[in-house]
Design a protein around this ligand. Structure first.
Ligand SMILES: [Zn+2]
Length: 74
Protein backbone atom coordinates (compact mmCIF):
# COMPACT_ATOMS: atom_id res chain seq x y z
CA UNK A 1 0.00 0.00 0.00
CA UNK A 2 1.23 3.53 -0.78
CA UNK A 3 2.35 5.67 2.16
CA UNK A 4 0.26 8.80 2.75
CA UNK A 5 2.38 11.90 2.30
CA UNK A 6 1.64 15.44 3.44
CA UNK A 7 1.53 17.65 0.33
CA UNK A 8 3.05 20.57 2.24
CA UNK A 9 5.96 19.16 4.26
CA UNK A 10 6.08 15.62 2.77
CA UNK A 11 5.68 14.16 6.26
CA UNK A 12 4.28 10.66 6.69
CA UNK A 13 2.60 10.84 10.07
CA UNK A 14 -0.92 12.04 10.72
CA UNK A 15 -3.06 12.60 13.77
CA UNK A 16 -6.72 13.11 14.64
CA UNK A 17 -7.87 16.34 16.22
CA UNK A 18 -11.26 17.76 17.09
CA UNK A 19 -12.26 21.16 15.79
CA UNK A 20 -15.44 23.23 15.71
CA UNK A 21 -16.09 25.12 12.46
CA UNK A 22 -17.08 28.81 12.87
CA UNK A 23 -20.84 29.08 13.30
CA UNK A 24 -21.24 25.39 14.11
CA UNK A 25 -21.93 23.84 17.48
CA UNK A 26 -20.82 20.30 16.77
CA UNK A 27 -17.24 19.16 16.56
CA UNK A 28 -15.72 17.46 13.55
CA UNK A 29 -12.77 15.09 13.57
CA UNK A 30 -9.93 16.39 11.47
CA UNK A 31 -7.03 14.33 10.11
CA UNK A 32 -3.95 16.49 10.04
CA UNK A 33 -0.24 16.15 9.42
CA UNK A 34 1.39 15.65 12.82
CA UNK A 35 4.42 17.70 11.78
CA UNK A 36 2.96 20.86 10.22
CA UNK A 37 -0.76 20.58 11.04
CA UNK A 38 -1.98 20.73 7.45
CA UNK A 39 -5.47 19.21 7.34
CA UNK A 40 -5.73 16.31 4.93
CA UNK A 41 -9.21 15.05 5.69
CA UNK A 42 -12.24 15.44 7.85
CA UNK A 43 -14.62 12.95 9.43
CA UNK A 44 -18.08 13.87 10.65
CA UNK A 45 -18.96 11.71 13.68
CA UNK A 46 -22.65 12.44 12.98
CA UNK A 47 -22.58 10.36 9.78
CA UNK A 48 -22.48 7.09 11.76
CA UNK A 49 -26.01 7.39 13.23
CA UNK A 50 -27.28 8.83 9.92
CA UNK A 51 -26.03 5.77 8.04
CA UNK A 52 -27.67 3.52 10.65
CA UNK A 53 -30.99 5.35 10.11
CA UNK A 54 -30.65 4.96 6.33
CA UNK A 55 -29.97 1.23 6.76
CA UNK A 56 -33.18 0.89 8.76
CA UNK A 57 -35.14 2.79 6.11
CA UNK A 58 -33.74 0.58 3.34
CA UNK A 59 -34.64 -2.53 5.35
CA UNK A 60 -38.21 -1.22 5.68
CA UNK A 61 -38.43 -0.53 1.92
CA UNK A 62 -37.03 -4.00 1.21
CA UNK A 63 -39.69 -5.56 3.44
CA UNK A 64 -42.46 -3.68 1.61
CA UNK A 65 -41.04 -4.70 -1.78
CA UNK A 66 -41.05 -8.32 -0.67
CA UNK A 67 -44.70 -7.98 0.35
CA UNK A 68 -45.56 -6.46 -3.06
CA UNK A 69 -43.65 -9.21 -4.88
CA UNK A 70 -45.46 -11.82 -2.81
CA UNK A 71 -48.86 -10.25 -3.54
CA UNK A 72 -48.07 -10.20 -7.26
CA UNK A 73 -47.23 -13.91 -7.37
CA UNK A 74 -50.35 -14.97 -5.51
ZN1 LIG B 1 2.92 18.30 6.87
Amino acid sequence: MAVSTCFKCTGHSFELTLFTPIGESKKLTLVQCSQCGTPVGVMDPATGPQIEALKNQIAAIDERLNRIAKALTE
